[in-house]
Design a protein around this ligand. Sequence first.
Ligand code: OAD
Length: 237
Amino acid sequence: MDKLDILKKWVEESDRIVFFGGAGVSTESGIADFRSVDGLYRQKFEYPPEVIISHSFYARKPEYFFNFYREKMLPLGFEPNITHQVLARWEAEGRLSAVVTQNIDGLHQKAGSQHVLELHGSVLRNYCTRCHKFHSAEFVKESTGIPRCNCGGIVKPDVVLYEESLNQDTIEQSVDAISKADLLIVAGTSLTVYPAAGLINYFQGNRLVLINRDETPYDYQANLVFHQSLGEIFAQL
Ligand code: OAD
């Protein structure tokens, strides 16, 4: 049996699949990832992007932060691709228990997925840091300079910046889903950012599948590895 047939068989036999993904899941929707040759972190800015999207930079230079955020981090108007769609279908069929994602673009939910654990938050949620009023992503996108609420407070996206902690409840739910999974598919992530990447160590099964264009530090732990584009694989699943 070739690798794809094995994966198809495993999917058919599973009812607690967990999909753990990153920026590579959305590149085929047109959103650049971070570490590929054309990724955000390979582009040249006045400061390294990892610095700009850190909490201390946000606190020190909010206007610069928001200009960068609106321009480079706020992907509005993109549509889910075949990978998002197949995952939503598996959930509806009762095969998949959770999507754990490092992405902040909301495309899994747009494709119809219900149980999505967003480790790094979402651009679709924005709150006033003073009165906690909710604001839409469009509100932030259309703002200039520092987005401000009617009350005068800064509107901050619910996105985890460097130096900030991940939501504890989201971590616990991810650990729970991964530790109970019968098939873990890890895809479109360089697995270099912690604590997110470390969560896959909670998997207890023996069907760990890794799908990523580039090699990852976890390839050696996987039971099946595909160095291919996600669209190519998911179109056949
Ligand atoms: P990276 O950019 O580090 O990794 C994306 C991976 O996806 C790369 O290894 C690519 O080879 C692969 N890839 C890209 N397109 C693909 C495709 N169509 N098919 C298959 N593989 C593809 O992105 P993440 O691992 O998600 O954090 O990055 C993790 C975190 O780093 C992000 O959540 C973000 C960033 O700093 C925060 O902003 C907190």
